[in-house]
Design a protein around this ligand. Structure first.
Ligand code: GLA
Length: 407
């Protein structure tokens, strides 16, 4: 008997360890979509989600690559007698399965939110102790994306708690993008690559270009503050595992140039592009920023290499990002409020990326310079760049590799 049981146990253990993994092949480029939190907070209903899905299609955002329609906190009702979570019956009277079916019928995907602790950040039921039940419930509803928060976790260990939900999702058998939201507190970039597809690197974003908003026990942060917190993290990101500097605030109240700079820098960071505004009523300016195909292509470049800061003189920063076909993106960010004149003599600059093992080789390699916000041709890297970048704005270009001087 013993002889039979031992191989059986080994086989069972092997099967168990095989099933413990994240869903591979998802989020090979940074996820794109929308999330309710930044604009609507707790005010979520099935009507809002349906109308947002409609607007995502009608506005051209779906065609531009936006896919996920994500419900954040406050969709929850109570757990039933067996512990299964139910949506708030007043806000979601048709239920989540019907909502997922609707979103899918538009060619889009549905995301949902929970929390590793006993309660979500807004005090709704958390998943602690119900992980496998919740994962199964989301799978049965046809949910495609889970954002998993970190409020009210007391003594829990972050890696362990996220691992539990990863395994629960995998066991439920329906592929879901798993988005870790523990604000960078436990350095998820060190351990989350095998657990999830993206992890928040910071606390919450706020609608301002450069501010800290004090909420008492915590702060939220403007675009530039969040940008500064990404330092050193690029080596941890790549296809299927992204740094997440939080959802976007474009169209929520900053100026057009600040929104443009925000979008450009998120693209340079290969960040998830999750719009956080009201898609049903957005202005044409906002729509144009969010659907700029050439900027989106920088974010979605298949190599998945996060950009880096090349130079910094205080207000003026120059960023580079290696792209496929030996192209590069370059973004000049003016953090200050007054215009800055920039002279950039390509041939005198040595842009090297040791992490990605790429060099621009401006000395003999020639690139066409294309302005991604005007669509304008700015000549080639044979001629020095001479531009003025307005305050709180960017110049973002794609360097399209032409030829080497000796070719
Ligand atoms: C936390 C998260 C936010 C949002 C709220 C919801 O603050 O970081 O992104 O999900 O909770 O309560």
């Amino acid at each position: 008997m013993k002889r039979l049981i031992a191989p059986l146990l080994v086989a069972l253990c092997a099967a168990g360890s095989l099933s413990a993994q994240k869903f591979e092949d998802l989020a090979q480029t940074p996820p794109m979509g929308w999330n309710s939190w930044n604009h609507f907070g707790c005010d979520v209903t099935e009507e809002l989600i349906r109308e947002t899905a409609d607007a995502m299609v009608a506005s051209g955002m779906k065609d531009a690559g936006y896919t996920y329609v994500n419900i954040d906190d406050c969709w929850h009702g109570e757990r039933d007698a067996d512990g299964f979570i139910q949506p708030d019956a007043e806000r979601f009277p048709s239920g989540m399965k019907a909502l997922a079916d609707y979103v899918h019928s538009k060619g889009l995907k549905l995301g949902i939110y929970s929390d590793a602790g006993w309660k979500t950040c807004a005090g709704r039921p958390g998943s602690r102790g119900h992980e496998y039940q919740d994962a199964l419930t989301y799978a049965r509803w046809g949910v495609d994306y889970l954002k998993y928060d970190w409020c009210n976790t007391h003594a829990l260990n972050a890696e362990g708690a996220y691992l539990t939900m990863r395994d629960a999702l995998y066991a439920a058998g329906w592929p879901m993008v798993f988005s870790l939201c523990e604000w960078g507190t436990n350095q998820p970039w060190e351990w989350a690559k095998e657990i999830g597809h993206l992890w928040r690197t910071t606390g919450d974003i706020a609608v301002c270009f450069d501010c800290e908003k004090d909420h008492g026990s915590w702060s939220s942060w403007g675009v530039l503050r969040i940008l500064d917190m990404q330092e050193g993290l690029r080596v941890h990101a790549g296809p299927g595992h992204w740094n997440d500097p939080d959802m976007m605030e474009i169209g929520n109240g900053m100026s057009v140039s600040e929104d443009r700079a925000h979008f450009s820098m998120w693209a340079m960071l290969a960040a998830p592009l999750l719009a956080g505004n009201d898609l049903r009523t957005m202005s044409e300016e906002t729509r144009r920023i969010l659907t700029n195909a050439e900027v989106i292509a920088i974010d979605q470049d298949p190599l998945g290499i996060q950009g880096f800061k090349y130079s910094d003189d205080g207000d003026l920063e120059i960023w580079f990002k290696p792209l496929e076909d030996e192209d590069w993106a370059m973004c000049i960010l003016n953090r200050g409020s007054t215009p800055r004149q920039v002279d950039f003599s390509w041939q005198e600059e040595k842009v090297e990326d040791d992490f990605a093992n790429r060099k621009t080789l401006f000395g003999y390699r020639v690139y066409r310079v294309r302005d991604l916000w005007t669509g304008g041709d700015m000549g080639t890297t044979r001629t020095p760049l001479d531009v003025t970048v307005p305050g709180h704005d960017v110049l973002m270009v794609r360097l399209v590799r032409l030829l080497d001087e000796d070719e």
